[in-house]
Design a binder for this molecule. Sequence first.
Ligand code: SF4
Length: 310
Amino acid sequence: MDWNCKNYHTLDFELKKYFGEKAIKLSINGGFTCPNRDGSINTCGCIFCSEKGSGDFAGNVDNSINNQINEQIKFLSNKWKSNTYIAYFQSFTNTYDSVINLEKKYTQALNCPNIKGLAIATRPDCINENIAKLLSSYNDRTYLWVELGLQTIHKNSSDFIRRGYDLDVFNNAISMLKKYNIRVVVHLILGLPNESNHDILESVQYVCTKGIWGIKLHLLHVLKNTDLANYYYENNMKLYTQEEYINLVCDCIEIMPQDVVIHRLTGDGKRSELIAPEWSLHKLKVLSAIDIELRKRNSYQGLKFNQEQK
Ligand code: SF4
C-alpha cells in the first residue's frame, strides 16, 4: 500500500490521485432544515447537534450559494494553491427538499468556476428512489459522494442520541445509493455514553461490510447550547482522554479494509462553541499522535481486516 507516507488511506490521498492536485472542500449551508428538527420526526434534533445543524464551519445561509463558494475560495486561496474545489453541502439535511429544489441548489454550486465535485451530507431516511435518481444524474457528470450520519449501529445508543430512524433504514439507503454506484461515506461517533470500545469496533466492522467508499470517525465532543451539554453536566459524563482515543482510533483503522477512504479521525468543534474535551482543539497534534501510534505498533489500515467480513 502507498498512501503518501501515511499508514491509512486518506481523503487527501484519494482526491490527489483522482484530480492530480489537492482538492479543497468548501462547506456550504444550502438553507435546508432537518426532519429531526422541524417536527416531522422530532423538534429537538440529535442530542449533540449544534444550532447550525452540525455545520459550524459552513458558509452563511444568508449568502447565496455562489457567494458562499466565492468567499471561501478567496479565503482559502491564501492557504492552498489549487484549482480544484468540492462543494460540500454540510449543514442540516441536504436531501430534505423537493427534487426540483435540490436540483436547483446542487446545480448552482456545480456551475461555479473550479467546482469539480459535490459532497452531500444527509440522513438515510431522506434518501428515496427519486432522490437517488437525481443524485445519480450528478454522479455521471461530476465527482460525487453522499454522507450518511449513522453514528452507531446500536439501538440503545441511537435512541439515546434521538437519531430517529432504525438500522434497517440505513441499510435500505445504502442499497439504493449503491444501486446507482454512488459513493457513500458513513459517519460514526466514538465515545457515546454507555458504548464500550467493543461496541464501537462492532459499528466500524458492520459499516465496512456494506461496501462503503468512505468513513468519518468523530470524537464525541460537547458543544455549548446542546442537550448533550446538559447531560454532560448532570451526569458527570466521561469523555475519552487523548491517549484512550488515539488507541481506539488505531484499533478502528486496523480493522477497516484498505480501500475505504478515511475522511476524518477527530472531533471538529469550534473553539468558541466547545465545552470538552479541550484536547480535541489540537487537531494536528491528535493526527500526528495517531501516525506515531500506528508506526509504534508497526501497523496500518487493514492489518486486522478479515476478508470474510466483506
Ligand atoms: S440529523 Fe443532522 S441536522 Fe438533523 S438533528 Fe441530527 S445532527 Fe442535526
